[in-house]
Design a protein around this ligand. Sequence first.
Ligand SMILES: *Cc1c(COP(=O)(O)O)cnc(C)c1O
Length: 650
Amino acid sequence: MPVGFGGQVLHVPDDRTGGFQVIWKPATKVVGVPYDTPVAGYRVNTVNTLRLWAARADQEFDFQLFNGGDYLRAVEAKNASEVISKVLYPNDSFEQGRELRLKQEYFFVACSIHDIVWRYSKQHKDFSRFSEKVAIQLNDTHPAVAIAELMRVLVDEHRMEWEEAWRQTVAAFGYTNHTLLPEALERWPVSLFQRLLPRHFEIVQEINRRFLREVMAFFPHSPSHVGRMSIISDGHGHEREVRMANLAVVGSHSINGVARLHTDLIKSHLLKDFCELYPERFNNKTNGVTLRRWLYECNPALSSLITETLGDDGWVTDHRRLAALEPAVDEAEFRSRVRAIKLENKLELSKLVFSLVKQRIDPHSIFDVQIKRLHEYKRQHLAALYAITLYLRAKRGENVHPRTFLFGAKAAPGYRRAKLIIKLIHSIADIINQDRRQSAVRVVFMPNYRVSLAERIIPAADLSEQISTAGMEASGTGNMKLAMNGALTIGTLDGANIEIREAVGEDNFFLFGLDADQVLARRRERYEGKSALEGHPLLAEALQLLRSGFFCPEERDIFAPLVDDLLGYDQYMVLGDFASYERVQDDVDKAYRAADEWTRKCAFNIARMGGFSSDRTIREYADEIWSVSPCVVPEPRDPALGGHSDHDPI
Ligand SMILES: *Cc1c(COP(=O)(O)O)cnc(C)c1O
C-alpha cells in the first residue's frame, strides 16, 4: 500500500460536476507491506488473520547521489521511511508532539483503511452498505486520524458526497476511551499536523466547521461549549492543537469506557458536554481477560482441579460454567486442594525469585503482590510505605505474620518520579532484607516485568494490590487475572475493582480508602498530606527515616523531594489514604492466620470471576456496537481432500 506524507493540496475545477476536485500531491511516499499472522481459535476449525504493516522505502536509494559520491545521503530517504515501523513508543501516556509518532499513527491507519476499502469494493458496486459490512473500533485515540483518512478516501478518491460519506463513516466507527488522565489525551500542534497531513487537516477543519454549527444550535447561548468542544483548540496564546479525543467522539456512533465507574466519569466529567449532545452514543464495556491464558495456561494445577470438580473442561470456552464450582467451596477436601496448589505455586515462584534476584523468600509468608506499570496514581509508594512501617513493627518484636512484598513494574523512560519510586523499592529491600533484627518482612523487586513473568507470579499470589487513587484507574485487568487465580484483593473503589467486589462478595475483598467523590472533594479543599501525621507517629517515623537517608546511605537526600511532595498537596492522596490502608492490611494479617477461612475466600474468588472473561466482553462489543452475530464454524475438512477454506482472508 502506498502512503503519502506532506506536499500540496490542489483544488481544481471539475467540468463533470461543476464543483471542485481535490488532489493531494504528497512530497514523500512510503510503501506499507502487509505481514499476516494466523490466529488460531481454541479447539475450533477457524483461523483469523492479524494483518500488521511494515514501512519500506519506495526506492532503494538515490542513484544520482550515489554516483556523485554522496553515499550516506543516498540511503537517507530509505532510512527515514523504514524507521516508521521500527520503534514502539514505550510510554503509557501520550508523547508530547513527536513527529515520528504522528507519522506512525497515520502510516498504520492509511494501510488498514486502504485495505478495508479495497476488500469491501471487491464485493460491492457502491458504498451504500459500507457501515453495514464494516466496523472499525478505535482502540484509544492513537488511530483516530482514521476518521479523516476514510473521509478522504471516500470523498476525494471515490467522489462521494460529503454528507453520505460522513453518515457511513460515523456509522462504521466506534471509540473506546482508556484513560481519564488529561496528560494522556493526544493533542497535535496544528503546524505539525498540517505540514505532515495537509489534506487531512482541511478535512478535520470541515468536520469541525459542520460540528460547531450543531453545537451552536444545541447550546445556543454558550460560547464556552464551542471553545471546549471544538476539535481544533483556539490556542489562547499557545499554539492551536488538534484534539484527537474530540475527533474520535464526533466521528463515532459509539463511545465506551472500560469499567462502569470509568464510563460514569466519562459521562459526568471528561466528555460531559459531548454526552449532553449525543447521550445515545455513550455506553460501557467492562474489560475482561482471556481465561485460556490467565487461568488454563498459566495455572495448570488449579485448572485440573476445576476440570475435575466440574466433570469436564467446558469452562475453558464457557466462562459461565465456573459458577458451578460454588457448592465445592463448602467441601473441606476442595479447599485443602486449593490451598495445596497455591502453596506449590508459591514454592515454584520462590525458586524463580532466587534465580532472578538471589533472594530467599518463605513460601509460607503472605505473598503480597503489586505488578503493573509504574505510575504515581497506581501508588506503588503507598505499598512501599506500608512495608516500611511493618518492618519497624517487626523489628520491635510485634507479632506480624511473615510477609513478602513482591513488586514488578516498568516506568516510562522520561518519567523521573516513577524511576525514583523504583529506586525507593530497591533501597528499602536492601536495608530490610539484610537486617538481622527481624525476618518477617521481605521486599523483592522483580526485574523486567512482562506478560511471561506475570504468568509465573499470578498463580502464586495471596494478596493482589489494587490501590490506585479512586477515579484514576480506568479499569485494570491485572486485578481480574489475580482474583481468578485465587488471590484476595486489597483495593480502592476504582475501575473494575468495584465490579469485582460485587461479583466475589464484600466479605471476600479488602476495601479501603477514599472513593472518587471524596478524592475530588479533598482536592477542592487543597488537602495536604501532613495532616495525616497527626496521631500517627509510626507513619511520621517512616517518612522521617526515608527523608534522613536511612534507606540510602550513599545518597542521603535522594528521597527528600518525594517525601516533601507527599506531605504537601498530593493529588494522589497517598498519605490521606494511609491510615485506612494500614487498618485493612492489619485485617489481612489476621485473616491470613485463619487458613481455612482464607482459602474459602480464595475459592469464592475463583468460582465468581467468570464474568471477567474477555469472551463476555467481546460478545458485548459484537452485539451492542458492531451488530455482528456469531457465525457457524464449518466442520473440519479432511486435509487429504485439499481445497481452500471459505474463510480465506484474501
Ligand atoms: C495485565 C498486565 C498489565 C495490566 O495491569 P494493571 O494492574 O491492570 O495495570 C500490565 N502489564 C502486564 C505485563 C500485564 O500482564
